[in-house]
Ligand binder design. Structure first.
Ligand code: ADP
Ligand code: MG
Ligand code: ZN
Length: 513
């Protein structure tokens, strides 16, 4: 055909016709065809990538409960004949809920491997188009595609994975958007039509981090009747994920993944993956054969705080930042020994410097002492500035925000001097007054804690300005000496350690200027 068209065109040209507009039109229609092709493959041409590099449950770290629940649910699919014989309603949908990056997509893929099903996936946002009806059409295509793929691969079941289901599955009629409604209705229709007797059998696995906004029709029996929570990993889980993610990477013998897991409270699986990758990149930059502990440390900083910035503060600013950070670090170590991971004054993200604290262990409850201690740590920076310069700077905005949030938590949880309150009906003026009271009390205490160290801070800041970094251990050595020197201090670190052994719990956020 192409040859024929070309021949005709050349013939016309030789007769003296102007063929430029015709060539242009042909080009345009080819481009249009190509684009349409692509559009239909957005949902249809789904990634059957699972087949190429199959993911199984062993590659998912932590999430023991979620994995167990999911496998239990999937056993329904595996034992379909038995289920049918007993007249049990087939399981049609599984909803995975949890924060981003916790492995929901991985779980869906592992589910396909586990049940030996074909796997197709789409994201909720792909269904939402400007044109009414397109979304519903795509849902139909997706299910058709799943059945076809299963047949092609010779499998008798398929898993349709729908990511971000909240985009289409938000409450119908709430904002009354016809397109969303039609898409959701189509999805419900597809699910209602699925029967155990059908071959291939289709199971829908959906993921969302906004289960609160889902239309209740989706959660009814016969639809997504299994809801599985995929939460942020705990310390064990993080260790497991880290060991999976470093499986293909050469680690130096000094690497202690347990330590890394401890320092990464609140990280998702995706962040941990990114962390191991960053650590490897840092090793590459230094032309090292193996990844070292220090690379992991820097990578944690990078994932938490962002890339190092090119901003170079002047020397006087650097000194102030060093003093400020030492204030945080000293308080942190006094209220909770061994809590300082490291101190740095290399600007990163929005921070000019920061102290990273090691969370003792993952904790879900905080006592009043822990909250108060953390407020003192947050205020330590600005108070150190006050002590050594006699004035404060704008660098403590974040610290104050953090301190106020902690104080608000105290008030709202009934831990303040006004006792139990109804947080919803607490007048703003009273809340403000209590927060101010808490902060000013903590400020006084922080000042008392820091005063004996003024001279020491002055000297140490000088050395931090030179070296940019200080490890927690170096810092503790220094602090030990300081404590030994000042006789007027009524406690030693050992005593402090004992005193605080009970409330040695972790907190999550790194402290930044
Ligand atoms: P979600 O779908 O919950 O947003 P994903 O499954 O897409 O998260 O995870 C993104 C990436 O993060 C994965 O490709 C994997 O590299 C990593 N990851 C997340 N959770 C885990 C986990 N539990 N175990 C191992 N790797 C994980
Ligand atoms: Mg995902
Ligand atoms: Zn600070």
């Amino acid at each position: 055909m192409i040859g024929f068209v070309a021949a005709v065109l050349i013939f016309l040209a030789s007769l003296g016709f102007n063929i430029v507009p015709i060539v242009f039109l042909i080009g345009l229609s080819i481009a249009l065809l190509f684009m349409m092709e692509r559009r239909t493959t957005v949902t249809g041409g789904t990634k059957s990538a699972a087949v190429k590099h199959a993911i199984d449950f062993a590659q998912i770290g932590g999430q023991d409960t979620a994995k167990r629940e999911l496998m239990e649910a999937l056993d329904f699919l595996k034992r379909r004949e038995k289920i049918q014989a007993l007249g049990i309603r087939p399981l049609k949908g599984i909803l995975l809920t949890g924060p981003p990056g916790t492995g929901k997509t991985l779980m869906a893929k592992a589910a396909a491997t586990y049940t030996d099903s074909a796997f197709v996936s789409a994201s909720g946002s792909e269904f939402v188009e400007m044109y009414v009806g397109v979304g519903a059409q795509r849902v139909r295509e997706l299910f058709k595609k799943a059945r076809m793929l299963a047949k092609k691969e010779g499998k008798d079941s398929a898993i349709v994975f729908i990511d971000e289901i909240d985009v289409v599955g938000g409450r119908r009629g709430a904002q009354s958007h016809q397109e969303y409604d039609q898409t959701l209705n189509q999805l419900l229709t597809e699910m209602d039509g699925m029967q155990t007797t059908q071959s291939p059998f289709v199971l829908v696995v959906a993921a969302t981090n906004r289960v609160d906004i889902l239309d209740s029709a989706l959660l009814r029996p016969g639809r997504f009747d299994r809801m599985i929570k995929v939460d942020l990993p705990d310390r064990e889980g993080r260790l497991h994920i880290l060991s999976i993610q470093t499986g293909n990477k050469p680690l130096s013998s000094d690497v202690n993944l347990e330590h890394v897991a401890q320092e990464t409270y609140g990280f998702s699986g995706a962040q941990l993956e990114s962390l191991t990758n960053e650590a490897a990149i840092m090793a590459l930059r230094e032309e090292k054969e193996r990844i070292e502990q220090q690379h992991f440390r820097d990578a944690v900083d990078k994932v938490l705080m962002g890339e190092k910035t090119g901003r170079i503060p002047n020397r006087e600013e650097l000194r102030r930042v060093a003093i400020h950070e030492l204030g945080h670090a000293i308080i942190s170590e006094l209220v909770r020994p061994n809590s300082v991971s490291h101190i740095t004054i290399a600007p990163r993200g929005n921070a000019l410097g920061f102290v990273r604290q090691i969370p003792e262990k993952d904790s879900y409850l905080y006592t009043i002492d822990q909250l108060n201690n953390q407020i003192k740590v947050a205020l330590g920076g600005t108070i150190a500035e006050q002590l050594l310069y006699g004035n404060r700077s704008t660098g403590a905005q974040n610290d104050f925000q953090q301190a106020s949030n902690l104080a608000r938590t105290e008030v709202e949880c009934g831990l303040s001097r006004i006792g139990i309150v109804d947080a919803d009906n607490l007048p703003q003026t009273i809340l403000d007054e209590e927060i101010r009271f808490i902060l000013s009390e903590r400020e006084k205490e922080t000042k008392e804690l820091l005063e004996p160290f003024a001279e020491g801070i002055r000297e140490l800041a000088q050395s931090i300005v030179q070296h940019e970094n200080m490890t927690g251990d170096e810092f503790r050595n220094w602090l030990q000496k300081q404590l030994g020197m000042s006789e007027d201090m009524e406690f030693t670190t050992a005593e402090t350690a004992a005193k605080h052994a009970i409330d040695d719990n972790g907190e999550s956020q790194p402290i930044a200027v």
